[in-house]
Structures are given as C-alpha cells and as structure tokens.
Design a protein around this ligand. Structure first.
Ligand SMILES: [Zn+2]
Length: 164
C-alpha cells in the first residue's frame, strides 16, 4: 500500500515529531487545524516536477502548497540561460496561490528526484511570508523516503513583518 494515501509519511524528522503528533494524528493543532490531503499534495508536487524547465542543471523540482481555501497550487523550477533568473518550484507554487487569491498557506510538499531535498533559503523566506511557523513541509525524493519539517525548523528566527 502506498504511504501517500491520506497520512503523513512515517519517515518523519525527529525534530517535528511533536508537531506531527499534535497536528496530524490528533487534529488538535495549536493554531490552525489543517486537514491536509497528503496524497493529493504529494501527487501534485510529483506531477508538476515532470514539467520543470531545467535544461542547465537537470535538477527538476516540483512543489505543491495547500491554500487556506483548501485548494492546492503547484509550481516547478524554471531555469534561464541567465542563470540568476532561475525561479524555484516552491516560489512558483506560492506565487500561483497568491495569484489565485490565497493569503495563507497551510502545508507544502517538495519533490526532487534523488534524496529528499529541502527548499533553498530564499524559498524558506517566501514560505514564511504565507505559512505559520508550524506549517508542515514534506520533502520527497525519488524513492519512498520522506521527511517532514515544521517551517520554523527550516527557517528559525525568520524575518517577518513584525520587524517593519
Ligand atoms: Zn528555492
């Protein structure tokens, strides 16, 4: 049976096990109660990864984010011959959500081809603009290995609007 069917994968990072237990098992999240369709989120990230435009690095990434409305938005990395113009999958997915009217993201899945791959620093900051510190971010590789982090573990002490 697939691990993607309706449950957070078991290969969870030790640092977020309390989060996993609290938000996903019992449903008593301290903040938002996000009912996350992990199978759909993971499928979205994996499918859009196939459409990544990565002719230079050949490192294809897909990302899917869950908006507060319950809709899922996807994005892939889009490279450019002027390398610095490349945009990551995670930021493209977040932009799709915002363009559709979302103001809050509740979960994120990121699919790479090798080992589970975390988002770059720039994408962590963008996700932190729209996600709570406890937002779960699931990292997927080419195999069955999956890692889940809270956003605040990926980006502790984030810069946010409270500093402005
Ligand atoms: Zn990135």
């Amino acid at each position: 049976m697939s691990q993607a069917e309706g449950e957070v994968p078991p290969e969870t990072c030790r640092c977020v096990l309390p989060l996993y237990s609290r938000t996903m098992r019992s449903g008593r999240a301290a903040s938002r109660q996000a009912k996350v369709d992990w199978a759909a989120l993971i499928q979205g990230a994996r499918e859009v990864r196939e459409r990544a435009y990565a002719p230079y690095s050949r490192f294809k990434v897909g990302a899917a984010v869950l908006g507060e409305s319950g809709r899922i938005y996807v994005g892939c990395n889009v490279e450019n011959s002027s390398y610095g113009l490349t945009v990551c999958a995670e930021r493209n997915a977040a932009a799709q959500a915002v363009a559709a009217g979302e103001k809050k993201l509740l979960a994120c899945a990121i699919a790479a081809g090798g080992k589970p791959c975390p988002p770059c620093g720039m994408c962590r900051q963008v996700l932190a603009e729209f996600g709570d510190p406890a937002m779960p971010v699931v990292l997927l590789g080419g195999g069955k290995a999956r890692i889940i982090h809270a956003l605040s573990d990926l980006l502790p002490h984030a810069f946010d609007k409270t500093f402005l």
